[in-house]
Design a protein around this ligand. Sequence first.
Ligand SMILES: Nc1ncnc2c1ncn2[C@@H]1O[C@H](COP(=O)(O)OP(=O)(O)OP(=O)(O)O)[C@@H](O)[C@H]1O
Length: 481
Amino acid sequence: MNAFSGVDYLPLRPMASPMSVVDVFFPGFSAVNASVQQLLPHDVNGYVHLLCMGAVFVVFARYAYSYANDVINKYLSRTIHIKYYDETYEMVTNWVQQQPFAREAASLMAHVRTQQQMFCQDDSMSKKPLSYSPWDGSFPFWFKNHRLTYHCRVKDHHEEISISCIGISSAILTEFMEECRVQYLSLIERKVPVFQPEGGEWKRTGLRSARDISTVIMDEKVKSEVLGDMKEFLDQQTLAWYTSRGIAYKRGYLLVGPPGTGKSSFCLSVAGLHDLDIYILNLSSGLSDEGLGKLFSKLPAHCIVLLEDVDAVGMKRKDTSAGQKQKQKDVSQYGVSLSGLLNVIDGVGSQEGRILIMSTNHVDHLDEALIRPGRVDMTVQFKHADKDIVVQLFCNIFKETPGVEPEKEVNDVTIEKLAEEFATHVPVGEFSPAEVLKFLVKHKNSPVDAVSGVQEWVAKQMEVKESKAKLERENSWVKDD
Ligand SMILES: Nc1ncnc2c1ncn2[C@@H]1O[C@H](COP(=O)(O)OP(=O)(O)OP(=O)(O)O)[C@@H](O)[C@H]1O
């Protein structure tokens, strides 16, 4: 007799189950079904029907949802697209980055905040502060009781963004853009937006603090002359005057001087003074004539264009043996030709209303055609520090700043006396303002130390300069040989 005899067992339901159509969609379903049937009190086929109906419903609902979305997007929604290269891009991304939804999005891009984003945050002093922005997807948010959606995706290596809303009016979107604009303008107050070429387009690459023009030390007479000229040019009446006489409304300045004498600082200061954006171009950056033309055609009506180190490309036209200029040819080893440059400066497509500033270390390397009146209306000389400039630099560093608690060891009258003493030890025309400033900043906490250390510093610098000059002379002899 079997050890188990006498025990009642429940009869097992049959294990084998024929293949069903459901197996086609859910492989193995019949086997699972058979097993489950043994455990459940009811026939599982009832659940299967329910499951199938559920699946059909889900598929249908998804289709209906995407169809409804398409219809809404096409006929019942409005969208504003923002180009990566346009300043609206900075306006919108700046606004978005400060919203709670930007941190709560499912997909985020993290960035170490750049210098230009610091000013809008409290934690600007912390090391490598982070910011987040929604990334690659659609992110709904509320704006003035309207549900807007921020879309972001990458196209052609650039972020492409758009803002959409449900409805047949774009009013809320333009209101949104206006808010971004106003917020952006308040953030860039006292800053100079700097634009530079990127991918053949202008891109805002920085925001520089607007430097007070009084901190750019130069000959006062020259400074007031050039500032007066710019002020007059930018006056509304001047525009009317130019227009009524059919003269192209634009002005060109040439800043000439050795490195570190304040040419770039002057440009940034005047941009801040007149609340103008600055567009900086370096002609030795491999730009072609076509690219240059395209960039000039995209300049806004009022701005400053700074052509830096315009001599660096060696664009002087060749002299023929007869001494004649070989028209429209140049010796530029880079992409931009002289004719290309002249064309954008005053050709048919050149932008009106702009101030063109060219800076150079070597005016004698420039072709006369480039600096003739009409192209260059005023030449401004920047020079190595003379006694007056050294005194001003000293006072600028050590005099009390209005509104700032004085921590200095001496008052302003004593500073002026120390400045005079300091200047007597600096040889005239030997050092650039940048060099003098470097020394003064090193002693920024003690004007007395600056005065007591200046003679030793001058002696050392003169030694360095002499050995450099000697080396250059030797090199030029080797070349001549
Ligand atoms: N005249 C000046 N007044 C005040 N600061 C100056 C002056 N010249 C130079 N500096 C200081 O020196 C630094 C370099 O100056 P800047 O770039 O303006 O010189 P630059 O003439 O444009 O030189 P480069 O020809 O090499 O471009 C800046 O930080 C600036 O603050």
